[in-house]
Ligand binder design. Structure first.
Ligand code: UDP
Length: 239
């Protein structure tokens, strides 16, 4: 299928929070449905879309560890949370007749298939949205790192990180009125200035493999389609 988009294969990274709506916890069907609509729209325009969803709307391993429980168990819980989110997004895509496949790096064979590069590439070629669950499959990592890792393995042209704000700022714009927004940054500038785009492991992996990262607001309806079409309001991070 030919594409009218500037990117052929896109890796969309969503934090678990993106699915919560106003509740601040769990999965909001309306918000999840709106994101599924936008993914379907990008696919209809000829884009191949892989999605890595986080799990922070349910649990983060570091929070479990801070409460005095075992970190590795907490990270396993966090990875299972990403599986729940991927299943929710897959179900929302299914009711819109957008074919998708959930592949988890953490084996949960009763509910989805286990990730292999071969299976994922076959799904992209078949026009399916590939939902990468389970992060990297290892504790002490984040789904941001999982997203860049999958983008590199899958030959994606770009990582699009959907956040709650419209790009990268010098400080948190919600609490600091003097925060300024960047249109363009390099991976090196992000690392040198400790800018909150993704964790350092993820940004270093993107830099080493020359993968651009686009940060945009997934909370803004229509923005994923706009950014995937080469428009929209976002910060572009390149080598
Ligand atoms: N996690 C992990 N390994 C990975 C990815 C995620 O152990 O490769 C765990 C970790 O506990 C993390 C949780 O899953 O806190 C949820 O992922 P993340 O915090 O990245 O989700 P997000 O903030 O994007 O919702």
């Amino acid at each position: 299928m030919t594409t009218e988009l500037p990117w052929r294969r896109i890796l969309l990274k969503l934090s678990g929070e993106a699915l919560t709506g106003n509740a601040g916890f769990g999965i909001d069907a309306e918000v999840t449905g709106r994101i599924a609509d936008e993914i379907g729209d990008v696919v209809a325009r000829g884009g191949q879309v892989g999605v890595v969803v986080g799990g922070g709307n349910f649990v983060r391993g570091s929070q479990i560890a801070a409460s005095g429980l075992d970190r590795v168990s907490g990270d396993h819980m966090g990875m299972l949370a990403t599986v729940m989110n991927a299943l929710a997004l897959s179900a929302a895509l299914a009711v819109r007749d957008v074919p998708s496949r959930v592949l988890s790096a953490l084996a949960v064979p009763a509910v989805c298939e286990t990730f292999t590069q071969r299976a994922a590439l076959a799904s992209f070629e078949a026009g399916q949205v590939v939902l990468f669950a389970g992060g990297t499959g290892n504790p002490y990592f984040t789904t941001d790192t999982g997203a860049v890792l999958r983008a590199v393995e899958m030959g994606c042209d770009v990582v699009m990180k959907g956040t709650q704000v419209d790009g990268v700022y010098s400080a948190d714009p919600k609490t600091d009125p003097s925060a300024t927004r960047y249109d363009h940054l390099t991976h090196r500038e992000v690392l040198a200035n400790g800018l909150s785009v993704m964790d350092a492991t993820a940004i270093a992996l993107a830099r080493d493999n020359r993968i651009p990262v686009i940060v945009f607001s997934i909370g803004e309806p229509g923005e994923f389609v706009a950014v995937a079409s080469g428009n929209g309001r976002a910060t572009l991070v390149t080598v």
